[in-house]
Design a protein around this ligand. Structure first.
Ligand code: NAD
Ligand code: ZN
Ligand code: ZN
Length: 355
């Protein structure tokens, strides 16, 4: 089959690799119809997260059709259209039972093979899905391919970020970063009842999208060209009697965004962050955290848990979440897709690959 493989820093190759096969009785093979490129793929692309073997098939967002099953797979059969969360999960371990499916004791992250072991990803014609019964979700008739793709990762992640922020109707909330995940956090916060919701970025098109989803946009770029976090902190203080935001949803994962979150949040407030942080230290001190009575919530989204919950709530039917998909590429043009997505060329917000 053909797949996009990692070949070192900023090098993605479309090449022929071995077809995946059923290795365990609980495996399924899915023929991929659509795969997403995620902001998290860029950490690998730029080698900010290291350890991945060259030749690893990239990608952890996909929708497709089950074409083969192991003998213990009971919930799916050949021909069923499915989507997958970005990690696999067993459904029965301690973490799966408490809803933290992303930390399943038997789980794997797609698109991560290190020293020969791990799981290849979904930016390919076919993908192997371990623990298929408790990982995959059926793409029901009322879900589009795009909605399934977004539920498997970024929509669930944005919603999880909003959920951790304990949204109350009268509160003041700020989302830092209006990339695909930040925009989904805006949708999640609105759905959870936020009325005064601000969204910060530097890219006008992304701020416009945040506004369409119901946020009040704040551009971090002042009239000149330097970053001006003082203005946004002043703005949020001016609407909260000098206190700061009740919760800040930090959806970037950088030290500067983290620093801004601390400056924006009020005493006793919450910072909820799903940005993948790759530095060794916090950009704020234990003293500052103490002096603010800060609650800091962070981590990987339990996407299996959230996707299942959100399907039942039919929230994806209420918001046009698929409108964030700005670019579609054939899988064979994957290297170019990565380049354009990475450089945000042509106002690229979210890219998908079609097999
Ligand atoms: P992205 O890079 O497309 O978006 C980040 C946005 O933040 C951009 O629009 C950028 O202009 C803006 N930005 C950067 N620095 C800023 C600052 N200091 N202040 C305000 N805005 C700033 O990324 P994305 O795809 O939306 O993903 C966001 C993060 O979420 C990434 O770190 C990604 O790896 C992570 N992620 C985490 C999970 C999880 O389970 N926790 C899942 C998916 C993605
Ligand atoms: Zn992702
Ligand atoms: Zn488990």
């Amino acid at each position: 089959m053909h797949a996009l493989t990692f070949q070192g820093k900023e090098t993605i190759t479309y090449e022929r690799v071995a077809d995946p096969s059923v290795l365990a009785a609980t495996d399924a093979i899915v023929k991929v119809e659509m795969a997403g490129i995620c902001g998290s793929d860029l950490h690998v692309y730029h080698c900010r997260e290291t350890g991945l073997d060259n030749g690893t098939v990239m990608g952890h967002e996909f929708v497709g059709e089950v074409v083969e099953i192991g003998r213990d797979v009971k919930r799916f059969r050949r021909g069923t259209k499915v989507f997958s969360p970005f990690t696999t999960s067993c459904g029965v371990c301690f973490y799966c039972q408490i809803g933290l499916t992303c930390r399943c004791e038997k789980g794997s992250f797609y698109g991560w093979v290190e020293k020969g072991s791990g799981l290849h990803g979904g930016q390919a014609e076919y993908v192997r899905v371990p623990l298929a019964d408790t990982t995959l979700l059926p793409l029901s008739m009322d879900l589009t391919t795009e909605q399934g793709l977004l539920l498997g990762d970024i929509f669930s992640t944005g919603y999880f970020c909003a959920d951790m922020a304990h949204i109350q109707p009268k509160g003041v909330y700020v989302v830092i970063g209006c990339g695909p995940v930040g925009l989904m956090a805006v949708v999640g916060a609105k759905n959870l009842g936020a009325t005064q919701l601000y969204a910060i970025d530097t890219i006008p098109e992304r701020l416009k999208k945040a506004q369409e989803f119901g946020a009040i946009p704040l551009n971090l770029l002042s009239e000149g060209s330097s970053l001006n976090s003082v203005d946004v902190v002043d703005k949020i203080k001016s609407v909260t009697n000098g206190r700061g935001a009740d919760a800040v949803l930090e959806v970037v994962g950088s030290p500067s965004a983290s620093r801004l979150a601390v400056d924006l949040v009020r005493a006793g407030g919450i910072i909820s962050t799903v940005g993948v942080h790759t530095t060794e230290h916090f950009s704020f001190s234990p003293v500052e955290a103490y002096n603010k009575n800060l609650t800091y919530k962070v981590g990987r989204c339990p996407a299996r848990f959230y996707a299942e919950k959100l399907i039942k709530e039919e929230i994806v039917q209420r918001y046009d979440i698929a409108s964030i998909i700005t670019h579609r590429f054939d899988l064979k043009n994957g290297a170019e897709a990565y380049r354009i997505f990475d450089r945000k060329e042509d106002n690229c917000l979210k890219s998908v690959l079609l097999t």
